[in-house]
Each structure stands twice: as structure tokens, then as C-alpha cells.
Ligand binder design. Structure first.
Ligand SMILES: Cc1cc2nc3c(=O)[nH]c(=O)nc-3n(C[C@H](O)[C@H](O)[C@H](O)COP(=O)(O)OP(=O)(O)OC[C@H]3O[C@@H](n4cnc5c(N)ncnc54)[C@H](O)[C@@H]3O)c2cc1C
Length: 668
């Protein structure tokens, strides 16, 4: 009989497997690079490639396996903000304004403009590396969403054509090959643990980083003239329940906020860390893109109820749309539609997408529509249908094998079959993304939603030598194109800086202290808790004291509890192998990111719709005196908060327009 249950295997005397890699705790590898990239995800790979193209020596430290790691590791189907593509009717300036105004100023102006300016060029880079970005096989010839001359295919807004459908399932292997071609040194399975600073001082120039190999336990000391943080988000901060989350998670559970934590400790400034959103990406829904819905990849899908009655689509004014074609066009008078999945949580009405009727929950309650609902792709024109299931589903992250392949092998045929939507309480249908519906996640489970390093027009943080790139590390960035373009730009700028910067001086005492800290869990008695319990405890503190609703007392209690966890459970936690060691070190970063969020939440003494920020002791929403950023950092380990206008990036000493600043800084 095949044994699949671990404890049964052990009970029957099955030998315990040995650790399959050589253990080399304490062995030190010293690596010198001009530009060091921390995190080899989408942003990190582009950063490494553009820095290497400048002719400097580049090293990448990646906790997982660069070839497939990170949120973009399993693919991409929507390429946003391609404003300069030959068919686009949206300028980079218009796009940036639309995002900035929709987010009410709580986004990074420089990052957003850089994204809009360079998204198309970066996509062309990817094409050269082997990613299919056009309908070269003429599978969709004649479709409304295709441009016959360029063979580009567009999503969402077929009139304005700034979002491109791509066959991005192989994007990471392509980036990986390009890095190898350019001679980038890649250190996989090395989880970064700290930044090194001149003289070991907080706020001083960053001159490298340390890391631990999670297979062999070796220690890494990276010495670099410039360093880029591109470690993604903090996927395990509010919830740690892998058995529940499993493949249902959107966020990358490998990303534990390490980049944020080490930057915070090094004295870099952050913005909007108080902004959180409901934890819909953390696995309490269904496997991404696996259920009937009308969001994102499934935009435009017809939804029918259990009796075959179709749910109407409406434009931004609530007017019913009679044809499928209209679902993909702006409403009369509307300039353009922004499209979703770009890292903002609020939209000005003038940039919204067409959608299902907005009172669907009430109509379900009244019995007008009967559950379950289904996505009936057979009602779409054949080319639309195949663009969704076959092209987008198959190239979108996490869909190629789990959804497209599995469903197809099981007999699902979109020409014939419908996809059921999850059965939920009616309010679950208020948002078109049914598989991740917020109703499935309790309100105290949150996600980081846009907070990160405050960067300037060079994408440099407030600390010399330290740059940020990617969807999560940069405050108010977002999306795959955002990660790619900010990576490419930061790589270029970091290389420029490295070419003239002085030699980095490593503080040996700082290295030794970090090495001692990193290996401490190996020396604990095996009576201490392990990383999973620790992670769960941190998440529980975040849920209880920094959930959707908070006040001065809960936040201070949360800070006290995180400190206690650090000094007791975390200080005595133990690791049995290099993998567990890496995870434990990530837990100490999670504690730091939790503290950073709570400190930022204490600093904002007002509630805000735009930040989805709810202070029970300051319930007034967005009072005018709090309409500002509150950059936060550590100085001599004391928390310092200042005020900054939303438009700071267009105020002196910056130039007054996006384009002037871009031209002054872009380094092209
Ligand atoms: C299923 C899915 C589908 C998506 N589809 C789209 C889409 O169609 N269009 C779109 O615009 N966006 C899409 N996104 C979002 C897009 O993938 C992300 O915006 C993008 O990948 C972010 O890139 P990044 O480099 O910032 O982070 P990531 O790609 O997540 O990379 C972060 C990297 O840092 C590494 N790392 C973390 N901690 C450490 C450490 N301590 N030491 C070393 N390395 C570390 C991680 O292993 C990872 O490789 C999708 C996301 C998901 C999950």
C-alpha cells in the first residue's frame, strides 16, 4: 500500500530522511560587486540586466530559485501602462495623473511616471529575450482587441490600447537566461538577513548585505558600491496557515518583508506603511482564476444564474450595455479606463471599468438571480473566448498547470462548458473577482497595500547607496510592468552611482554581530519553538492589534507584544536545519515590519478612505489637515516622522513637471 501520511510512515519505522545537502554552518563567502540586487524576482532580474548592460559587476541574492521565483515567476498575461506603444491613445502624463488622482496622492509620482514612460520599451526588451508579446501566429486575426499591423493584442479598453495581452508564461526563464548571458552572478537559495552600512551606522551609506544559504547554512557577506532592494512584499505577516492557503494564495509566501525590515533597520525612510487592504490575496478564497468571475483575466465574461438568466453589464454611469463589444470600450465622454491590478485600491469614476450591475447582491437577495452563478464563455465571440481561456488563462501567473492544464485534461471545454462561481453570501458578489472575494477573509486579516520605501527621481531611498525596485518595496508602485520598469531604471541608476562611488568599507564588527545573530537559533536547546509557531504568533498579534480597526491602545499593546515575542519566543526559537534557520530569520523581519506598520499607524491620527485606514479613536475620514504623507524612519533607533506633501516630487528642488524630472534623472 502506498503510504502518504507522514506519521504513519514514521510509525512503521520508515527511516528519517537525511538532510540532502552538505551542512556548512559558519563558512563565510565574501562576494564583491558594483551593484548588488537583493531579491531576484521580476524587478530584481530587470535591475540586474540593466546594471550589467552598463558594464558593471552585478550580483543577485535570491532566497528561492531565480529562474521561477517571486509573484511573477509563474507568468503574466496583462502588461499595463504601455502608454508609448504605437497604438496607445494615452500619454504617460495622462496615465500618471489618472493613477495619482485615483489614489488621492497616496502613490509614488516618480515610480508611476517611470512606469508609464518605460513600460512599452521594457516589454520590447522582454520580446527580444523570447517572450511572445504579439499574435505572431495570427490565431486572433480580425479580433476587436488586435491591431492588424503590429499584431499587438489589447485588454480592457480596446479604444485606448495601453494594456497589452502577453504570452508571459516563460518570462522568468527568459530573464534568467539574459542575466546569465550578461554574466550576472546569481546566488540562489540565499536569504538576505541584513544591510551593511559605513561604520555600521544607521542612516549611513549602504555598502553591502549579509545572507544565509538555506540549504547549506553558509554565511554570505556581499560588499557592494550600490544595493537594490527588490524583495517583494510581506506575504506571511497577517496570516500563517499554509494548509489553508496552499495554492489559493496570490501573494508570495516566500516574501516575508525582509527588504522592508533591513531597510528600516538601516535608517531608510518609508511612506504609507499604515495603508493596508483586506487580505483577499492570502488564500481564503479559491485558487487564482479557477472560478467563474468577470475580473482581470476574465474581464467581459458573461455571467448567468442557475436558470440561465444573464446578469447585465453596465457602464460607469450604470447604463446597461447591450453588446459584448461595449464591455471593452470607454463610456460616452470617458477619456480612458485604467484597468485593475495596478496596485491602487481606489479609482476616480472617470477611469473605472465597465462592470456587472453594481447592485447584484441586492438583486440576488430579492430572488431576481438564483445562485449558483456561472461564467458562460460560450456566449462570447469565439476569439474573445479563446483569448480568455487558452491565451490569458495559461499565461497568467499560477494558471498554466493548475487551471488550464488540469481543467482541460479533466474535460473542460470553454466552447461548451460553463465555469461555476463560488457560492457565497450575496454581498460576496459586490466585487467581480469572485474567487478572491473579500467576504472569504475575516476583516482583521490584512495585507500591505502600497507602503514602502520613499524614493526620489533616481529611485534611490533616503540612504546613500540604497535603491528600491518592484511592486511592494517602492511605496505606491505596483503591477508586473511596474516591477519591470522600476527594476530596469533602478539598475541603471545604481550602476551610474557605482561607477563613480568610492570603495565600500565593510564594518567587520557589524558583520560579526550579524553572523552571531543569524546562527543563534542553531545553538538553542530544542525546547524552543520553531519558525512556524513563531510566524503564527506574529500573525495573530497583527490580526488582533493591527487589523482593520485599531486605536492608540491596541497599537501600543501590539508593539509591546511584538517586543516581547522578539525577546522571549524568538530569542529562544530553534532551527534544526538551514531551511528552518532561514525561515526563523524571516520571522525576525516580520516582527520588524509589524513594528514599522504599527508605528506608522500611530503617527496618523485620522482615518482615511484612501488608505483603508480606520482609527477608532480618530474616526473622521480624511480631515484636510491629514492629507499628506508621513515619512517614517529610524534615527539612533528612535522613530522619526515628518510631513511631506503629496506633490513633493514636483516641488523644489524637483522640477515642476513629470517630464522635466524624468529627463533630468532617467540616465538615458
Ligand atoms: C498569480 C499572479 C498573477 C499576476 N498577474 C499579473 C498580471 O497579469 N499583470 C500584472 O501587471 N501583474 C500581475 N501580478 C503581479 C506581479 O506578478 C507582481 O507585481 C510582480 O511580480 C512584482 O515583482 P517584484 O519583483 O516586486 O516581486 P516578486 O516578483 O515577488 O519578487 C520578489 C523576489 O524576492 C525574493 N526574496 C524575498 N525575500 C528575500 C530575501 N530575504 N532574500 C533574497 N530574496 C528574497 C523572492 O523569492 C522573489 O523572488 C500577478 C501576481 C500573481 C501572484
Amino acid at each position: 500500500m502506498e503510504m502518504t501520511i507522514w506519521h504513519e510512515y514514521v510509525k512503521r519505522g520508515g527511516p528519517l530522511p537525511e538532510w540532502p545537502y552538505p551542512i556548512r554552518y559558519g563558512e563565510v563567502n565574501e562576494i564583491t560587486a558594483d551593484v548588488l540586487v537583493l531579491g531576484g524576482g521580476i524587478a530584481g532580474c530587470h535591475a540586474a540586466i540593466s546594471a550589467a548592460k552598463k558594464g558593471v559587476k552585478v550580483a543577485v541574492a535570491e532566497a528561492a530559485m531565480t529562474k521561477r521565483s517571486g509573484m511573477g515567476g509563474s507568468g503574466v498575461d496583462h502588461w499595463h501602462a504601455a502608454c508609448t506603444n504605437p497604438c496607445s491613445n494615452v500619454t504617460p502624463e495622462d496615465y500618471t495623473r489618472a493613477v495619482f488622482d485615483s489614489a488621492h496622492g497616496y502613490v509614488s509620482g516618480p515610480a508611476r511616471y517611470i512606469i508609464a514612460k518605460e513600460s512599452w520599451d521594457t516589454l520590447l526588451d522582454c520580446e527580444k529575450m523570447g517572450v511572445q508579446i504579439r499574435d505572431v501566429n495570427d490565431e486572433f486575426k480580425g479580433a476587436d482587441f488586435r491591431d492588424e499591423e503590429t499584431k499587438l493584442m489589447f485588454a480592457y479598453d480596446y479604444k485606448n490600447r495601453h494594456i497589452i495581452r502577453v504570452w508571459g508564461h516563460n518570462i522568468k526563464p527568459c530573464l534568467y537566461n539574459e542575466m546569465n548571458r550578461l554574466g550576472v552572478q546569481i546566488f540562489d537559495r540565499v536569504t538576505v538577513t541584513s544591510l551593511l552600512t559605513m561604520g555600521g551606522k544607521q542612516g549611513a551609506r549602504v555598502v553591502g548585505a549579509t545572507g544565509v544559504n538555506t540549504r547549506t547554512g553558509e554565511f554570505f557577506v556581499f560588499k557592494s558600491k550600490a544595493t537594490i532592494i527588490s524583495t517583494g512584499g510581506a506575504g506571511r505577516l497577517w496570516v500563517f496557515a499554509p494548509e489553508i492557503i496552499g495554492p489559493g494564495a496570490m501573494s508570495d509566501l516566500n516574501s516575508a518583508g525582509v527588504g522592508h525590515a533591513i531597510g528600516w533597520k538601516a535608517g531608510a525612510e518609508f511612506a504609507c506603511m499604515e495603508k493596508t487592504g483586506h487580505g483577499r490575496l492570502s488564500g481564503f478564497g479559491y485558487a487564482p482564476y479557477s472560478m467563474g468571475n468577470t475580473s482581470n483575466t476574465y474581464h467581459g465574461s458573461p455571467i448567468v444564474d442557475a436558470n440561465g438568466k444573464e446578469v447585465p453589464w453596465v457602464d460607469i454611469e450604470g447604463r446597461e450595455l447591450k453588446t459584448v463589444q461595449e464591455r471593452f470600450l470607454p463610456s460616452p465622454g470617458q477619456k480612458f479606463q485604467l484597468g485593475i491590478g495596478i496596485g491602487i485600491s481606489s479609482y476616480l469614476k472617470e477611469y473605472l471599468l465597465n462592470d456587472l450591475i453594481r447592485d447584484l447582491p441586492e438583486r440576488i437577495r430579492k430572488g431576481e438571480f438564483t445562485l449558483p452563478l456561472y461564467a458562460d464563455l460560450t456566449r462570447l465571440p469565439a476569439l474573445e473566448r479563446r483569448a480568455i481561456f487558452g491565451m490569458m488563462v495559461a499565461n497568467e501567473g499560477k494558471t498554466r498547470i493548475p487551471i488550464y492544464d488540469t481543467f482541460t485534461k479533466a474535460g473542460f471545454d470553454p466552447d461548451r462548458d460553463m465555469l461555476q462561481a463560488p457560492v457565497m453570501p450575496p454581498e460576496g458578489y459586490a466585487m467581480s473577482n469572485f474567487w478572491s472575494a473579500s467576504i472569504n477573509t475575516p476583516s482583521h486579516i490584512r495585507s500591505l497595500a502600497g507602503g514602502g520605501f520613499l524614493v526620489d527621481w533616481d529611485l534611490r531611498t533616503s540612504v546613500e547607496g540604497l535603491y528600491a525596485a518592484g511592486g511592494a518595496p517602492i511605496f505606491g508602485s505596483g503591477c508586473h510592468a511596474g516591477a519591470s520598469t522600476t527594476g530596469k531604471y533602478a539598475g541603471r541608476k545604481a550602476a551610474d552611482y557605482a561607477m563613480t562611488a568610492s570603495e565600500p568599507g565593510i564594518d567587520r564588527k557589524q558583520v560579526e554581530a550579524e553572523k552571531t545573530r543569524a546562527y543563534a537559533p542553531l545553538k538553542q536547546s530544542q525546547g524552543g519553538i520553531g519558525w512556524k509557531e513563531l510566524n503564527a504568533a506574529i500573525a495573530r498579534v497583527m490580526q488582533d492589534y493591527c487589523g482593520k480597526y485599531k486605536n492608540e491602545i491596541t497599537l501600543n499593546l501590539g508593539l509591546r507584544l511584538l517586543k516581547e515575542i522578539r525577546e522571549t519566543e524568538a530569542a529562544t526559537a530553534c532551527a534544526a536545519n538551514p531551511h528552518e534557520l532561514g525561515r526563523l530569520l524571516e520571522c525576525s523581519s516580520l516582527i520588524m515590519v509589524g513594528e514599522l506598520i504599527m508605528q506608522a499607524s500611530l503617527a496618523r491620527k485620522a482615518s482615511s478612505v484612501y488608505l483603508d485606514f480606520h482609527r477608532l479613536d480618530y474616526p473622521e475620514m480624511d480631515p484636510p489637515e491629514w492629507e499628506k504623507l508621513l515619512p517614517i524612519r529610524l534615527e539612533d533607533n528612535e522613530v522619526k516622522v515628518r510631513e511631506l506633501s503629496f506633490n513633493h516630487h514636483l516641488e523644489a528642488p524637483c522640477s515642476p513637471t513629470y517630464e522635466e524630472n524624468y529627463q533630468l534623472h532617467c540616465g538615458l
